[in-house]
Design a protein around this ligand. Structure first.
Ligand code: C2O
Ligand code: CU
Ligand code: CU
Length: 503
């Protein structure tokens, strides 16, 4: 039993050109006031002329250019592994135009720098904690780094009480013996993960391998990570955190820390690795013209085949890897990545301005990576967990218990497969995340998951008054881990449990 194992099926080496998922160019009207597209400035686009419209170089698009977190350079690299140094500390950065915002960031930024790793090639991260004893949001300056989605030994997984005190450092080791996927790192301090992440402590960690690179998917400048977050700001430009135990919700959307972002794109395919890095808010992403995009995978890596979808919901901590084809959008026009669960300022996530023509030699092959299905018959145990609490300002609980780092709530045996059932007794959704392993969803509210959710996952939304059943193995690493609701204020108010993998 190997984590996130690829199936044994033969992978066809034939490459098929992606179907054109975009229909005839029909860009829906954009939100008034937000968009001054090059098309308007040019007095319309195309219009029977065969001339290619050229955007006016003097035009200033509304919004801010999308920031893309820099890729961290290893401090040293040997034949077998990469070593990184990462600091965490308070910083002042510009998020709202012309204002300065205090953050708690990795290397002075939020999201932090992106770490790019390769499957099978271990990484170490030396974390220097430069925070004061008490930091923003009246949170302690202790930090705990967790590599979310990582298959990591217990000692390096970031158990909520394994703290790195202010003014000290420690080295985290990540073996990367798992399939390529979109991971992220973030603080996991017991009771204070919400404020720590809200004020900036999160970044991406992308794993790839030769096989994935050989698929011909859009890469380089055409592979763009998108970390979607919501925040509240005060009149001085500083972040406001109230600690609402029902989940902190912001009224301003940020993508990679950019407010009202736009991205200039060519008329070709792009791959976007999208993370819902919000504390509590869920998004249903869709394109403003209603067209489909191709879903390549979610948290645990590639699906067996791409799945066309016109929208997909991401609860907090969920990721989706998609390809959008802009080839049917005329140069000079725009397309918006929308949030169908939002309204007003939370309805638009990111505007794509198609500003040039380019040839496209990328593809979305019809076979991505076969997945080994876990068999229900292989499960040696079924465990049930009821999610409840939260009434009258009380704690959130799992099987009636608030988190206690000293109490073991589940004890799966190393190398075995188990089924876990979650029942949600509350009126709110609870996206449950399990550390160390990846799982497959058997059922949500009694039905099999949609094809987009049928691959390896590490977070499953257990709907309000609903249920979810998942199956997973516990390979390679014994020791103590946690699972919890990933609404960070639910987690901080005790909707978390410890499980120990028993050798
Ligand atoms: Cu993303 Cu236990 O967390
Ligand atoms: Cu995790
Ligand atoms: Cu919850």
């Amino acid at each position: 039993m190997i984590l996130g194992k690829a199936g044994k099926g033969t992978v066809s080496t034939s490459r098929r050109q992606v179907l054109k998922v975009m229909g005839a160019a029909a860009v829906a009207p954009l939100r008034p006031g937000l968009i001054v597209g090059a098309a308007q400035l040019l007095g319309g686009c195309g219009g029977g002329s065969s001339d290619v419209p050229v955007p006016d170089p003097d035009s200033v698009p509304v919004g801010s250019p999308l920031r893309v977190p820099p890729v961290l350079t290893p401090s040293s690299a040997t034949a077998t592994d990469d070593a990184y140094v990462l600091s965490v500390g308070e910083a002042e950065i510009e998020i709202l135009p012309g204002m300065s915002t205090r953050i708690v960031g990795f290397d002075g930024m939020t999201p932090g720098p992106t770490i790019r790793a390769r499957a099978g090639r271990p990484v170490t991260v030396s974390l220097l904690n430069e925070l004061p004893p008490t930091t923003l949001g009246d949170a302690p300056g202790e930090v705990v780094i967790h590599l979310h989605g990582g298959h990591v030994p217990a000692s390096d997984d970031g158990f909520p009480t394994d703290t790195v005190p202010p003014g000290t450092s420690r080295i985290y080791s990540y073996p990367n013996n798992q399939l390529p996927a979109t991971l992220w790192y973030h603080d996991h301090l017991m009771d204070f993960t919400g404020p720590h992440v809200w004020f900036g402590m999160a970044g991406l960690y992308l794993i790839t391998d030769d096989y994935e690179e050989g698929l011909g998917l859009p890469n380089g400048a055409y592979e763009v990570p998108l970390v979607i977050q919501d925040r509240n700001f005060d009149g001085d430009g500083n972040l406001v955190y109230t600690g609402n135990r029902n989940g902190e919700i912001g009224d301003t959307l940020l993508v990679n820390g950019t407010v009202a972002p736009y991205l200039r794109v060519a008329d070709r395919k792009y791959r976007f690795r999208i993370l819902n890095g919000s504390n509590a808010r869920a998004y249903r992403i869709a394109l403003s013209n209603g067209d489909s995009f191709q879903v390549l995978g979610m948290e645990g890596g590639l699906l067996p085949s791409p799945v066309a979808a016109s929208s997909i919901t991401l609860t907090t901590a969920e990721r989706v890897d998609i390809v959008i084809d802009f080839s049917s959008i005329p140069v000079g026009e725009s397309l918006v990545l929308r949030n169908l669960l939002g309204s007003g300022d939370t309805a638009d996530i990111l505007r794509f301005d198609v500003d040039r023509m380019e040839t496209d030699d990328s593809q979305v092959p019809s076979v991505l990576r076969p997945i080994e299905r876990l068999a229900v018959g292989d499960a040696v145990q079924t465990r049930s967990f009821t999610l409840s609490g939260g009434m009258m300002g009380g704690l959130w609980t799992i099987n009636g218990n608030p988190f206690d780092p000293d109490r073991v709530d589940a004890d799966p045996k190393l190398g075995t497969v188990e089924i876990w059932e979650f029942r949600n007794a509350t009126m709110m959704d609870h996206p449950v995340h399990i550390h160390q392993t990846l799982f497959q969803i058997l059922e949500i509210n009694g039905s099999p998951p949609p094809a987009t959710h049928a691959g390896w996952k590490d977070t499953v939304n257990v709907p309000a008054r609903g249920s979810a059943r998942i199956i997973m193995g516990f390979p390679d690493y014994a020791g103590r881990y946690v699972f919890h609701c990933h609404v960070l204020e639910h987690e901080d108010h005790a909707m978390m449990a410890r499980f120990d993998v028993i050798p």
